[in-house]
Ligand binder design. Sequence first.
Ligand code: SF4
Length: 238
Amino acid sequence: MRNYKGRIHSFESFGTLDGPGIRFVVFLQGCPLHCKFCHNPDTWPSNGGEEYTAGGVFDKVMRCRGYIATGGVTLSGGEPLLQAGFCEALLELFKTAGIHTAIDTSGAIPLHKSQRAIDLADMLLLDIKSPISCVCSELTGQSNENALATLEYCESVGKRVWLRHVVVPGITYDDEALKAVGELSRQYSCVEKLELLRYHKLGASKWEGLGIPDPLAETPALSAEEFARAKEIVNSLH
Ligand code: SF4
């Protein structure tokens, strides 16, 4: 288990945004999606980043154990479940050590590959790109079928889920689409909360640096007023 190898993009030893409490966030390399709003397109290539053993990552996290006593570890990315076997090895190690674990995922990986890692994690942060399939395809290049199947699976086994959703002007900042997000979050008892995230422009320089045309170059950041309105819409019952 300790010798299982995977590729890591980066680490954050004091994360406050990716799950409950203070968390050590492990960003795994590789992502099968190409979200137009991605802030980290440098995580996309599976052969990028740096190779680590699961034991090497575990030891690095354990050096910060004091900080994360009230939180835990979050496997993020990229799409962590693209390296499902590596996630399983990491999650087994953290479970044995009594460390709380979360997987921050788009749900894009088919369940027959991701299920064992999901079973091992304490919770999922599930980033629903859009509950409307054609919007999801337009935004990410893939349908939402696997993400919805992942949510169904979490419901069936009682896995704790925080749903996340990025609100993008002109795409997901849309009354019907936002109502669908609100409905989805209320439909599943495994969903403890829904976090809306504002589209911002902080990733723009990365697209430029990688020489990839930014499909949202002309799209402005979501304003505070629009964000407040988006929250009202997802919380309204029509
Ligand atoms: S799933 Fe995340 S890392 Fe992958 S393209 Fe979308 S925003 Fe970027």
